[in-house]
Design a protein around this ligand. Structure first.
Ligand code: DMJ
Length: 646
């Protein structure tokens, strides 16, 4: 009976012949091979390779463990986990794994460096104006980008003629007042110290561990290296640290590898690498920066392949076909902080695609309904809907607003849409978020579905400067009001510094339960060399020339020297309220690109990177105002010919 034979589970028990067994096994093994092979063709193949390949073969991967990205993704993770977003949960797991693995990989590679990475360069260049002159002669060349298309014919000489002032001013911004000059020299010395230590202990890595004296790679840049080098280029150049600038440029020429396959934060790569290279190109005319930035720009385009065109936060630098299905929410401050750089990528490449991508982001944002006129921080790149209603002018939202007003200014005040979006957002912010504390301090609260969180992040302190630079183009009757608001916010942020033992400000400060501009939670007491408060001092100084801003900047210099300077560079500190400092052992690259640059400019004359000609991207990289009418050959009449660098 058939039933009597059934209990057997072996093939022989089922009564198969040898040839049948062979065919069956062949079929089975074919199936297994097929499934295994197919895994490598799935869109998310990098993650799978992480599982199957030995660890040493992996690139530095994933975003979200550092600085703002850490802040951003941690919050997003927490919030989306609460919402039960399974995609995000998977991402959190993979981040954790890769961070640990990353640390191990870094340690290994430090001990095992290829010679060009481990040895700082020994270039010798004449310091000062001569060297600077030699690098400002940008040739008109046709750049061949990675996919072989030749694109640009950007006329650098014409661009320089369209500037109203020489980029470095009439005398490199040298202030007449001896005390200010001395202070400026001090900041320059700090930059040199930070750079020399990076060069000595971390050359080619992304950042420096100034206490343990080694390099840090991190997981934000998809395997890209040299973040500190790229972030420092324009700062070194404007400070006249020409030998150091030449070392940095040489590294870009010979060692900046863009052929990578790792997952990177689109936002971080854009503000640091794209912004840094663009700025270096516009200041110096050196073709290598343009070539590199156009090559990198192309690699960022696949991020926009989503149903809405809102880019994902994470991009694989080596893949052109990454599926959008794996995307979680996109963050306002990330997809909203591309405009300045992408418009310049179009300028340089003569390819409108970059501008089209960022204009589409605007289109989506304009179409969608905004609660009380506010822009929530999370948006689905698939549906184009807000994911939740958390609004913040600090982390997660910040630079989106900054880029609206700066897009207007950078367009030579022609981008009316950006202007309209900025001023209506500002109005909503004033109505819903601007608060006055019992002690009379003006601050920007956060908004959670209509409920205010009376907390202001250090990151939100950039808004003093932002409201300031936008004051003059607002409605006539509001101009003075905006300038006052900018000054009040900056005053509050200064208070957050003066109320600490170290005279440095905490990561977040509160205005509840009796607190006034002080951190109330242990995990908000750190300072990681951030620039935002000093950034606002600079803008308010340039707008008002009130000497208090230079004094406040100097207080910050003294505090940085006293508490953050270590033998091997500058380090963040764990608790601004304790005068016995504990260093976090990290010299952030934005300390060199932003904090020290803003301080240097604060103690310089206003014609060094004049605000008439330049806007700073959110990493303080200088991008020029685009004067279309002047740049176009047929209408080029604005031949000021004022550049001293010619
Ligand atoms: C920088 O990387 C940028 O300014 C970014 O927009 C937010 N903050 C960090 C420095 O604090």
């Amino acid at each position: 009976m058939v039933f009597r034979k059934l209990p057997g589970v072996s093939a022989s028990g089922m009564g198969l012949r040898l040839s049948q067994k062979f065919v069956f096994l062949l079929f089975l093994s074919g199936l297994v091979t097929l499934c295994f092979g197919a895994l490598f063709f799935l869109p998310d193949s990098v993650r799978l390779k992480r599982i199957f390949l030995p660890k040493s073969d992996n690139q530095a991967v994933t975003v979200g463990s550092e600085n703002d990205a850490r802040e951003h993704s941690k919050k997003m993770s927490r919030e989306q986990t609460a919402k039960g977003d399974s995609t995000t949960k998977l991402k959190i797991l993979s981040r954790k794994q890769s961070v640990t693995h990353q640390a191990r990989t870094v340690e290994r590679s430090v001990g095992n460096k290829p010679p060009e990475e481990s040895n700082p360069p020994r270039t010798k260049t004449e310091p000062g104006s001569k060297a600077r002159e030699s690098v400002t002669r940008g040739d008109r060349v046709t750049t061949s980008t990675q996919n072989g298309q030749t694109k640009d014919n950007f006329d650098f000489e014409k661009f320089k003629r369209c500037l109203l002032k020489a980029p470095l001013g009439s005398d490199n911004g040298k202030p007449a007042d001896p005390q200010t000059l001395q202070r400026r020299e001090k900041v320059k010395e700090m930059m040199k110290f930070a750079w020399d230590n990076y060069k000595r202990y971390a050359w080619g890595k992304n950042e420096l561990h100034p206490v343990t004296l080694k390099g840090h790679i991190g997981n934000m840049f998809g395997g890209l290296r040299g973040a500190t080098i790229i972030d420092s280029l324009d700062t070194l150049y404007i400070m006249g640290l020409m030998e150091e600038y030449e070392e940095a440029k040489k590294w870009v020429e010979t060692d900046l590898d863009l052929n990578l396959n790792g997952e990177a934060s689109l936002f971080e790569v854009n503000i640091r690498y794209v912004g840094g290279l663009l700025s270096a190109y516009y200041l110096t005319g050196a073709e290598v920066f343009k070539r590199k930035v156009l090559e990198l720009g192309e690699k960022l385009l696949p991020a926009f392949n989503t149903p809405t065109g809102i880019p994902r936060g994470v991009i694989n630098l080596g893949s052109w076909s990454w599926g959008w299905a794996s995307a979680g929410s996109s963050i306002l401050a990330e997809f909203g902080t591309l405009h300045l750089e992408f418009v310049h990528l179009s300028e340089l490449s003569n390819n409108p695609i970059y501008t089209e991508k960022v204009m589409n982001i605007r289109k989506v944002l304009n179409k969608i309904e905004k609660p009380h006129g506010l822009y929530p921080n999370f948006l689905s790149p698939v549906s184009g809907n807000w994911v939740q209603h958390h609004v913040s002018i600090g982390g997660l939202g910040d630079s989106f607003y900054e880029y609206l007003i700066k897009s207007y200014l950078m367009s030579d005040k022609t981008d009316e849409e950006a202007k309209r979006m900025y001023y209506s957002a500002l109005e909503a912010i004033e109505t819903n978020l601007v608060q006055k504390s019992p002690g009379g301090l003006t601050y920007l609260a956060e908004w959670r579905g209509g409920i205010l969180d009376h907390k202001m992040g250090h990151l939100a302190c950039f808004s003093g400067g932002m409201v300031g630079i936008g004051a003059d183009d607002g409605p006539q009757e509001k101009r003075q009001h905006y300038l006052d608001l900018a000054a009040e916010i900056t005053h509050t942020c200064h208070e957050s510094y003066t109320r600490s033992a170290t005279k440095l400000g905490p990561e977040a400060f509160r205005f509840d339960a009796g607190a006034e501009a002080t951190a109330t939670r242990l995990n908000e007491r750190y300072y990681i060399l951030r620039p935002e408060v000093i950034e606002s001092y600079l803008y308010l100084w340039r707008l008002t020339h009130d000497p208090k801003y230079r004094e406040w900047g100097w207080e910050a210099v003294e505090a940085l020297e006293r508490h953050c300077r270590t033998e091997g560079g500058f380090s963040g500190i764990r608790d601004v309220y304790s005068s016995v400092v504990s260093h976090d052992d990290m010299q952030q690259s934005f300390f060199l690109s932003e904090t020290l640059k803003y301080l240097y400019l604060l103690f310089s004359d206003d014609d060094l990177l004049s605000m008439e000609d330049w806007v700073f991207n959110t990493e303080a990289h200088a991008l020029p105002v685009i004067r279309k009418s002047c740049l176009q050959p047929e209408t080029g009449t604005q031949d000021a010919n004022k550049s001293t660098t010619e």
